[in-house]
Design a protein around this ligand. Structure first.
Ligand code: MSP
Length: 512
């Protein structure tokens, strides 16, 4: 039976075009999802949009539109971007979907029945930017601690979710499940936050202040707090209370990937909401860092947004994906610079991978008329072949630790060794000596075999170039490689013709 793997991204607010930070989360999830498909797992990858709340309502009104009309106009742009970045999600959820709204309301009715909700007067500081209430002590110099934006003092009647009573349970749960919050430093941050008394969560907004939300089932005058609504997507999207078979086959989620700024919502509010409903917790919440520019978080509101579409037009999807996945270890911040991206393009992609392909395929053309030569039996003793065979377990183990950067580093080590192998073996010299014909054949066979294995393993990371390489090598049926045994059985066919093709990573236009 294949293992199921349910992975989610956060739902993106639709009040601005997606930037590099949003693209990062989805590329990261896409690489995990593709890799699990490669391993033969039953993957369900869900992404989507967060469409309620005051920010969206405000942006819609500023543009002279009704909120529903506005979100319907924007959502296709998100879908287009994900498709141009090669994101292969299985389901796109919108918080304005009827099924989602129904599940949210049912969950609230259930929580009320369970005695988890009460009505009270609320007084606190509200930040429109982060759609979150803060207590006086949480403010930083009188401003929102997360966005630095303005806050307003607000007093109103609302419904509250009894979160505080679960504080000890949550601390114990986090401590007992060391992989629940990753990476470790973020887990410690949440445990640090939980040292302060946890307050109950205000889960409604009065309609006179905000109309654009899911109506609260118990009151004509309230809509549901956007975060409470949005978090429920992770269960509503797979049919909680609607399609029990589907839900039971996918829940608990294997991985929720989120940015560090929304970890508290996912590692405190969400597990408590689930516990209160009697639903199992997700296995892991993985928080990544921020892409920064001149030291500040890249965001539309800071005016330093970096447009992924422009970058993929210039450098291609694979280079953009490679840069994001390779530049930082998941969890840490990454300083974005286009120069750095160009540098990776030139060195890692054009030099290491592109040249390895073009040198190997050119020599094959020159010395063997482009046909894979027959190797000698001892070819598998070659150190480089052994290294290539060991790569599968290494990459799998890195991906199990949610560390694509480490996975890529192992692949690149073999790639660089392969380039060195060419220097050491000097095929051009071997070609001049007829008695060295078998040695020459072995060298080329080893190179092609390494390239075949590298391309198999890179499918989750660089989907286009790896597909191209596999196609040129005429290798098919390698989209899924479930075991190291199957991986070792991948062979380029002796006598098969290899297409050299165009450069995989051509010189950049402005440098050509
Ligand atoms: N709508 C909420 C999430 C609800 S999930 C139930 C939200 N949306 S968001 O559009 O503001 O952010 C979505 C994701 O993008 C977050 O994980 C956030 O961390 C990420 N990023 C936004 N800017 C970023 C960077 N500059 N760098 C990396 N990721 C960042 O929050």
């Amino acid at each position: 039976m294949p293992k199921k793997y349910y992975i989610t991204t956060p739902l993106y607010y639709v009040n601005a075009k997606p930037h590099i930070g949003h693209a990062y989360t989805n590329i990261l999830c896409d690489a995990f999802a593709r890799f699990h498909r490669f391993l033969g797992n039953d993957v369900f990858f869900m992404t989507g949009t967060d469409e309620h709340g005051s920010k969206i309502e405000k942006t819609a009104r500023e543009q002279g539109m009704e909120p529903q009309e506005y979100v319907d106009k924007i959502v296709p742009h998100f879908k287009e971007l994900w498709s141009s970045l090669g994101i292969q999600h299985d389901y796109f959820i919108r918080t304005t979907d009827e099924q989602h709204k129904k599940v949210v309301q049912n969950i609230l009715r259930d929580l009320e029945k369970r005695g988890e909700i009460y009505k009270d007067t609320y007084e606190g500081w509200y930040s429109i930017k982060s759609e979150t209430f803060y207590s006086e002590s949480e403010l930083v110099e009188g401003r929102c601690p997360d966005t630095g934006g303005e806050v307003q003092k607000i007093q109103e009647e609302n419904y509250f979710f009894k979160m505080s009573k679960y504080q000890d349970w949550l601390i114990e749960t986090i401590q007992k499940n060391p992989t629940f919050i990753q990476p470790e430093m973020r887990k410690n941050e949440i445990l640090g936050f939980l040292k302060q008394p946890l307050e109950d969560l205000c889960i409604t907004r009065p309609k006179d202040r905000l109309k654009w939300g899911i109506p609260y089932p118990g009151s004509e005058e309230h809509v549901i707090y956007v975060w409470f609504d949005a978090l429920i997507n992770y269960v509503s999207g797979i049919g909680y209370g609607v399609d029990e078979n589907k839900f039971n086959s996918l829940w608990p989620a294997d991985l929720h990937v989120v940015g560090k700024d929304i970890l508290r919502h996912h590692a405190v509010y969400w597990p408590i909401m689930l516990k209160a409903c009697g639903i199992e917790l997700p296995k892991t919440v993985l928080a990544h860092g921020w892409w920064t520019l001149s030291g500040g978080k890249i965001s539309k509101s800071s005016g330093n947004s970096v447009d992924p579409v422009e970058l993929i037009e210039k450098y291609g999807v694979d280079a953009f994906r490679y840069f994001l996945l390779n530049e930082v270890t998941v969890g840490l911040d990454g300083a974005y610079s286009e120069d750095l991206l160009r540098e990776r393009y030139r060195t890692d992609l054009a030099n290491d991978l592109g040249n390895l392909w073009s040198r190997s395929s050119s020599m094959l053309g020159k010395y063997f008329e482009g046909k894979v030569p027959s190797p000698s039996e001892s070819v598998s003793d070659e150190a480089l072949m052994k290294m290539t065979y060991d790569l599968y377990d290494k990459v799998v183990s890195s991906m199990e630790k949610n560390n694509p950067r480490e996975a890529l580093a192992s692949v690149w080590e073999v790639m660089r060794k392969s380039n060195q192998f060419i220097e050491e073996k000097k095929p051009w010299a071997l070609s001049k000596d007829e008695s060295k014909r078998q040695e020459l054949a072995d060298v080329l066979f080893v190179l092609l075999d390494c390239l075949a294995h590298i391309a198999c393993l890179l499918q989750a990371f660089l989907p286009n170039s790896s597909k191209e390489i596999l196609g040129r090598l005429k290798l098919s049926g390698v989209e899924q490689i479930k075991t190291v045994g199957d991986y070792k059985k991948v062979f380029v066919e002796v006598g098969g013709e290899v297409d050299k093709g165009e450069a995989l990573f051509p010189k950049l236009e402005d440098e050509a």
